[in-house]
Ligand binder design. Structure first.
Ligand code: SF4
Ligand code: SF4
Length: 739
């Protein structure tokens, strides 16, 4: 005989449970359409694994759990997915959430199921996976995913007590009561599976109120050869709260902010134990549940086995519901339930009761009067709170005091509001205050993140400023050194210092990048030739029309193409002419322009070059069909966008001194000397040019074999083609020089 402990507070509202127990367990005809919300449990919504138009089998997975706290969803019947869209769901706010809608094919064709009676041969981990895959979430409360609660042993916690909650203390609700009458053997096996997962706790207790004598009698014989104890205790609301039930059965008080597993206890609803049995032994996922349909507005109140996703209006209609205008239908019981805004919303995994009361049975709430400080609410509170104090702090939005008075220990049982002679809707105030506190916590996290981001950006800017200042200082020092060296050498030989290094590097870069004048001329001549050829071809096609008559449309088309070809030819000729003119301009001038450019000019050039390269990638992206290449191109485009943004940001941050070209006479003199010396060097011979190009091609081909990124391969192939063209030109030039 196990000792029963008292809990503080509690009330004894009229039970009204008999109405729904008269007719036994019933079933609904198969609905034509089932609406499965992606989020019907605590945590993250599941992610759809089907698309509109897919055919599904009963029990097939249609949405996968997303993250640790989430639950898988399954098709409640066979049929076709007709939509995945926001639909009204059962929620106090009347909100809509994304749902998978399945049109039933009427066949109830099951997916392959695999269950086992030999669950003892499976490891807790395997069983937890089965439970997770079956989408089982707590069926007596907020719908917390069951496998997480059961992972206590897996997480290294020792569980000595498993409590099965068969209390069902709220008036009207008899779903668990009916379950015990209908499936006692399955429930016992389900509890044994839970005990196996938890490493066989020393105590396994089923807590049941003494208003369920028939359920007690049905269940007891099945426990004869087990270590499970059925514990009956006096009916009082809300003995079914997790904290309260733990205290009643063990005498232990759960400390604030702690979980039952922290004191060695796991508590599961009896409906959850039955769902676990179905998942493990039958291989059946959670696609239905027992729901109590009751209230005087229903002619035939009853407990029904309902498919998840069944529209609530159909469940009510089956029980002879007759609407009384504005009288609400409540999901849950009269104490903790909430009014439904839309009866097309579906039944979900936590729908234990649909209460349709008449207006005499549940009249509209009376107007609230001022608090008279009678203290009845404190006496009724099972959590040992001071409800009237919480009310004042909630009304004055005193968040600090609300937390100090343990607002979050309130289980929203409504016992305080039930006894309040002033009819103050205390629970509504607490719910609003809790949501304000949660929002304040979220806002704090957001503002902390924003502050961190701001400080990080500030630091980055400071670092960038410091780097720029260091570069400016380096330039100044280089200039001073150049000046000193020139003065020392009387303007003779070029100084071997930082300035000359910069010029040399620029010279080398320009020389490496630039094709020889012969190559540039050859390229421009090729463009002119090609444009001339195209123009000739088009003109001869138009002329051919004299022999073979062309339609007006064809003639107009040829004329437009000829006009465009003429334009291109003229552009190519113009470029060739400009090139011939600029040949007078020396390479040295270009180098000087580059060396003496202001930081602003250098950055402008960088931006222009990046824009050009980005445009090239975007053009390739627009014509790309290959997914892999597309991904690589997108990555590459993102890199260029980021570089472009940085360069533009740098320009925006430039000071006025960065807009001016280098005007320091000493630096200019030093640069001119190095340029002149370089120009005086012996020119590259055609033979050397051929050899250099051959070397570069060999290196590029070798590098090509080690590249895997399609964008890099593409870019290198283009360079290779250019180099090969240059080599052909260089060989031609070499042949021309040979006698
Ligand atoms: S029961 Fe109502 S009237 Fe009495 S103290 Fe509590 S809130 Fe005030
Ligand atoms: S609703 Fe909260 S404050 Fe009121 S009795 Fe229940 S636990 Fe106590």
């Amino acid at each position: 005989m196990i000792k029963i402990y008292e809990i503080p507070g509690g009330i004894h509202p009229p039970e009204n449970k008999q109405q729904s127990l008269q007719r036994g367990l019933g079933a609904l005809p198969l609905p034509q359409q089932l609406i499965v919300p992606l989020n019907q449990h605590s945590g993250a919504p599941a992610t759809p694994r089907v698309a509109v138009g897919d055919n599904v089998l009963k029990g097939q997975k249609i949405a996968a759990a997303t993250g640790r706290v989430s639950a898988t969803l399954h098709a409640p019947t066979s049929g076709t997915v007709t939509a995945i869209s926001p639909q009204p769901v059962a929620h106090p706010s009347g909100m809509t959430t994304p749902c998978i809608i399945i049109a039933s094919d009427g066949k109830e064709q099951w997916v392959d199921r695999q269950g086992t009676t030999d669950f003892a041969s499976q490891s807790p981990k395997q069983l937890l996976t089965t439970i997770r895959e079956a989408g089982i979430a707590g069926m007596g409360g907020a719908g917390f995913p069951t496998d997480i609660k059961l992972s206590a042993s897996e997480n290294g916690q020792t569980i000595d007590t498993l409590i099965i909650n068969a209390t069902e203390c709220e008036p009207y609700i008899t779903a668990d009561h009916q379950l015990m009458l209908s499936y006692p053997q399955q429930i016992v096996t389900g509890i044994q599976i839970l005990a196996h997962i938890l490493g066989q706790p020393q105590r396994i207790l089923i807590g049941i109120e003494d208003n369920k004598a028939d359920a007690y009698d049905v269940l007891e014989p099945y426990l004869a050869d087990t270590s499970i104890q059925l514990v009956e205790f006096p009916t009082k609301y809300p003995s079914g709260g997790e904290k309260q039930l733990i205290q009643i059965l063990t005498g232990k008080e759960l400390p604030n902010g702690r979980l039952p597993a922290d004191i060695g206890i796991v508590c599961q609803n009896i409906g959850t134990a039955h769902a676990v049995y179905r998942a493990v032994v039958e291989g059946t996922p959670l696609i239905s549940r027992i729901t109590t349909v009751t209230g005087d507005a229903c002619r035939e109140p009853q407990n029904l086995e309902v498919l998840i996703g069944t529209p609530i209006e159909q469940v009510l209609a089956h029980c002879g519901y007759q609407s009384e205008g504005n009288q609400p239908v409540v999901m849950g019981g009269p104490m903790m339930g909430f009014a439904l805004h839309d009866l097309t919303a579906p039944v979900v995994k936590t729908t234990n009761c649909l209460l349709a009361p008449s207006s005499t049975e549940m009249p509209p709430p009376q107007p609230a009067q001022p608090c008279i400080r009678c203290g009845m609410c404190s006496e009724a509170c099972p959590a040992g709170l001071l409800p009237q104090q919480l009310l004042w702090y909630a009304q004055s939005r005193n968040h600090q005091r609300l937390q100090a008075h343990n607002l979050f220990d309130c289980i929203e049982c409504g016992a305080c509001a039930y006894v309040c002679p002033s009819h103050i809707p205390l629970v509504q105030h607490y719910r609003a205050a809790k949501s304000e506190l949660r929002q304040a916590a979220r806002d704090k996290i957001k503002s902390d993140r924003a502050r961190e981001r701001f400080e990080f950006n500030k630091l980055r800017k400071q670092q960038a400023e410091a780097e720029k200042a260091a570069k400016r200082e380096a330039r100044r020092l280089a200039s001073e050194q150049a000046k000193a060296a020139i003065a020392e050498q009387g303007g003779g030989a070029a100084p071997k210092n930082a300035a000359s290094d910069v010029v040399q590097a620029a010279l080398q870069k320009v020389a490496a990048k630039q094709a020889s004048p012969e190559q540039q001329r050859a390229k421009l001549e090729r463009s002119v030739n090609s444009a001339e050829n195209r123009l000739q071809r088009l003109e001869s096609k138009l002329a051919a029309g004299d022999d073979t008559p062309l339609s007006d449309e064809q003639i107009a088309g040829y004329q437009a193409q000829i006009e465009s070809a003429r334009l291109k030819l003229s552009e190519a000729q113009q470029k060739l002419a400009e090139f011939e003119q600029t040949q007078g301009a020396s390479q040295e001038q270009k180098v000087m322009a580059k060396v003496l450019a202001s930081p602003k000019e250098t950055l402008d050039k960088k931006v222009a070059s990046l824009e050009k390269r980005l445009a090239g990638i975007e053009e390739k992206l627009a014509n790309c069909d290959d997914d892999d290449l597309r991904q690589a191109l997108e990555n590459s485009a993102n890199k260029f966008r980021s570089k472009l943004q940085d360069a533009r940001q740098e320009i925006a941050q430039l000071g006025s001194e960065d807009q001016q070209p280098v005007s320091d006479p000493a630096t200019i003199t030093a640069a001119q000397q190095v340029v002149s010396r370089s120009a005086a060097k012996a020119p590259v011979t055609p033979q050397q040019q051929v050899e250099r190009l051959q070397n570069r091609i060999a290196k590029a081909e070798q590098r090509l074999t080690s590249l895997t990124d399609p964008v890099q391969v593409d870019a290198l192939n283009t360079s290779l083609a250019n180099l090969k063209q240059k080599l052909a030109d260089a060989k031609k030039a070499l042949e021309n020089t040979q006698p």
